[in-house]
Write a protein of this length. Sequence first.
Length: 604
Amino acid sequence: MRENRVYLRKRCRDHGEFEALAYGDAEEYLSSSRFNRPGAISLTFQTEVKDGCPFDCGLCPEHKQHACLGIIEVNTGCNLDCPICFADSGHQPDGYSITHEQCERMLDVFVASEGEAEVVMLSGGEPTIHRHVLDFIDLALQRPIRNVTLNTNGIRLATDKDFVAELGKRNRVPGRSVNVYLQFDGFEQRTHLEIRGRDLRTFKQRALDNCADAGLTVTLVAAVERGLNEHELGAIIGYGIDHPAVRSVAFQPVTHSGRHVAFDPLRRLTNPDVIRLINEQRPDWFQKGDFFPVPCCFPTCRSVTYLLVGGEPGDRTVVPRPATAERRGPPRLRHQPGHARRRDPRGTGATLVRVRMHGHGHDRGEATDRGRGPGLRGGLWDRPARGGQQLDDKAFMVVVQDFQDPYTLNVKQLMKCCVEEIPRRAAHPLLCLQLRRIPRTGPRRDVRRPRPRRLADRLALAPDMRVLDVASGRGTTALLLADAYRVRADGIDLSPTNTARIACIADAPPLRAYVELLTAAGLRPLVTERHDKALLRMIDQIQARLGLLRITAPARLAEAGVDLDAAPAVLDAARAAVTEGVLGYTLLTAVKGPGRPCDPPPGP
């Protein structure tokens, strides 16, 4: 943690060291832990625990949550070629369209895992171009699956009213619902061209109007990328509230996997960044604390708020319903595999159950004090039983969902993922969506080889050569060289406990003195590499750990005699010394016998 942000740092033997912004608000990151509740385990597992997460994904018995949402990719083809597409649709060398038999098997696997399943999503590719997609919806409605969601770019919904009418008929099946998850990134032409490659604004409007005519409910789904459309979030919410078909909006910070624009992993958008932007763009509707983590998945993955909407377009009164966490604790998980649940057949029941769960504790006076208008006073939050239909028409949900990518993949979060893909092949019937989307080749950027391997390459190490690793610590480098290069590696460490020692900086001579010392011992200095940035990162880590302990364990710091008031000045002085070249960290390698001498070491 640094500057109130949370960063994830990784080391890979093939791709080197890299880090990425994991969460844009360290305070919120720490406070979200109280929403981390035990999950509900699936009724069946498809794989055994053998190699550990994520290699046993299937789901395996170590997975901590059942599948709230199962995804079936009915095809890989698409009628768009979006510059941003984490599914990389239309570019797979092994493209496919599933058959009826495959769809039946996939649905049966999902039901066996869940009992009475919550939601299945038909996705792709673009599922609406599959000629049997209506049949697949029928197959899902014939099974104990409450909600079927169609994930679409909306082009067919805009151009084929008969198709939309067929979806509307299926949405009227008693006890079932069919909903639309509509790609909707913003209103500006630049937004559409840079994210989707085409200006789709008229298609989106026609699709929504056709859905409203057919009685379908829609979730607007925006992929949000820094520098492209993050300024349109408030407008998207306002548009959704005013449109009769829309019941919710989902914002997804762009997942940098598959196809994506160039980006800086240290400046990527995260959930708290999106929430802050929403608050800034609609301060009349939202303020800090209105969004809260969803406890079924890992709490930093998804945040949500529920709105009660009154008034008319252009003159709306909006009251968010944040979790009453301070008074009542985090919300209870509402769905477990195999349990019967209340649902509204129109498809908004999932939202309403959540709203009603929190509604009876609402402080209506607080809403008025916050300047959101008196239009919703009178206890509507407190009367779900008597005003269910009215609440249904006025309830609205906003979700912020961050999917992991190669830079931010965290196995701890992965093990509690509740969004699972159902592959068409029987080998792994359920697979965590986030794992499915991440290429096994690592981050898509050029990174330097890890320092030990660069060193070995420059030394031209060969089997049976001998390497002496001085200050070897736990022997990580020595073991790597012995395993990968088949050399004889000896490690020497002066610390009896093999932990880092704290030495007086005044005892450290200049780099040239180390070179002279090795030369006098009959060794020929060959390589010097300055790694001052690593020293700066170590200082940042110390500062972040002190900040964390200040919040979580101040008594321990006091017992250890840590002066928190003096620590910032000491760290600043150390950081300045490294920046000015007074302090440094250098990798120095010497060989015995003939060799090309290294260049004179730079600096002091």
